[in-house]
Design a protein around this ligand. Structure first.
Ligand code: NDP
Ligand SMILES: O=C(O)C(=O)C(=O)[C@H](O)[C@@H](O)CO
Length: 332
């Protein structure tokens, strides 16, 4: 089925207000969930809203909590989220990193006691839209086996790198070959994964999303490389925020809350003039997309370059939502 942005936002807002969330917070949070969905990231927009509400009801998320600064070290700051709403707080933290970068050239905010920020790309995009390179990542509860193991001990810890330009180039990627959100998107659409996404119960690689969602033997992206990267991202976020690691979140908390995140903004325009920057970026883009195609019907593209088109299409034609997901939200 199709809905408009306004319908979607109103429905999110209704659910939040019914749970006692203050009007302004409900409106801002609903806006972010609707924007994520409208941008085409259904996995961490509309599809993830019922899980967000479950965590709100469980008290994992504290809707009236506000982040506070703990330590200032010039371009680096450490903040405590106090388990406030993940997407709203992450937006504030990237704004803070941008403000630090405008003073120092680079700004880094490390955040502890945070909640799931949903689409990590929102915050990279936010920096790039304002002309800054945006880099951020989060840890999570253990949902992925380290390379060589069967048991979950590491996070899917997505890493986001966004480059300002026309269009913005941005990678926003889970440390697993597929995020759990994308496994769900494929299962709901009745599709197999395009490449292997994990192991079945017998230890064979599988493309069946439902099997991996269930047994959690999800494949790290790049096999041992994604596993290693997930671990070092967790270590940096834990150390810089003096917060909880994947091990601590998993062993000490009843669910995925109290996580650690890092937000970095870098001002490029003091290092390179605008026309040179644009020409250098264009040369990279042209060089990449002109590579001979493996499949003549499939264009080579850069990450992030489809969002402007997707957004425009969803604005014009309405946002497609899985019927079962919409029914769940209406029942909340
Ligand atoms: N704990 C958490 O907070 C977690 C959050 N997430 C969120 O889930 C969302 C989905 O993550 P994930 O499933 O890893 O994302 P995808 O696997 O869909 O995409 C990962 C990256 O690969 C790029 N890409 C995909 N296909 C191509 C292609 N054909 N050519 C060039 N680039 C390509 C994407 O660009 P493009 O966007 O342009 O398609 C994107 O930058 C993200 O927003 C992430 O932040 C995920 C895991 C955990
Ligand atoms: O992988 C995801 O998708 C995601 O968003 C996560 O945060 C974690 O992997 C986990 O919460 C999935 O259950």
């Amino acid at each position: 089925m199709k809905v408009t942005f306004e319908q979607l936002k109103k429905e999110f807002e209704r659910v939040l207000l019914a749970r006692g969330v203050a009007a302004e917070t409900a409106s801002d949070c609903a806006q972010m969930f609707a924007q994520t969905t409208e941008s085409g990231v259904y996995s961490h927009g509309v599809n993830r809203f019922p899980r967000f509400i479950q965590q709100l009801e469980a008290g994992d998320i504290i809707p009236d909590a506000q982040p506070t600064c703990v330590t200032r070290l010039g371009a680096i700051e450490q903040w405590d989220a106090h388990r406030s709403i993940g997407n709203l707080t992450a937006k504030k933290m990237m704004d803070r990193a941008i403000s630090l970068a405008s003073d120092h050239g680079i700004g880094l905010v490390a955040l502890r006691n945070a909640n799931h920020w949903m689409r990590g790309g929102s915050y990279g995009w936010q920096a790039a839209e304002q002309g800054y390179i945006g880099i951020c990542w989060t840890n999570s509860i253990a949902v992925m086996p380290p390379w060589g193991a069967k048991e979950c001990r590491i996070g899917t810890n997505p890493l986001i790198v966004a480059i300002p330009g026309k269009p913005i180039t941005m990678v926003d990627m889970s440390m697993s070959m597929f995020s759990y959100g994308m496994l769900e998107v494929n299962r709901l659409a009745g599709r197999q994964l395009p490449v292997d996404g994990g192991f079945d119960d017998e230890g064979n690689l599988t493309r069946e999303p439902g099997i991996v969602e269930k047994n959690r033997r999800i494949l790290p992206m790049g096999y041992w490389k994604g596993s290693g990267l997930s671990i070092v991202l967790d270590m940096i976020a834990t150390l810089l925020s003096n917060g909880a690691s994947v091990a601590e979140v998993t062993e000490d908390n009843s669910d995925e809350y109290g996580i650690s995140q890092v937000f970095i903004a870098i001002e490029v325009d003091k290092l390179i003039d605008g026309p040179t920057r644009d020409a250098k970026l264009q040369r990279i883009v042209d060089y990449v997309v002109s590579a001979e195609r493996a499949n003549p019907d499939e264009a080579v593209r850069l990450p992030g370059h489809e969002f402007t088109r997707l957004l425009a299409e969803n604005r014009q034609n309405g946002i497609t939502i899985d019927d079962s997901v919409w029914a769940r939200i209406q029942a909340l």
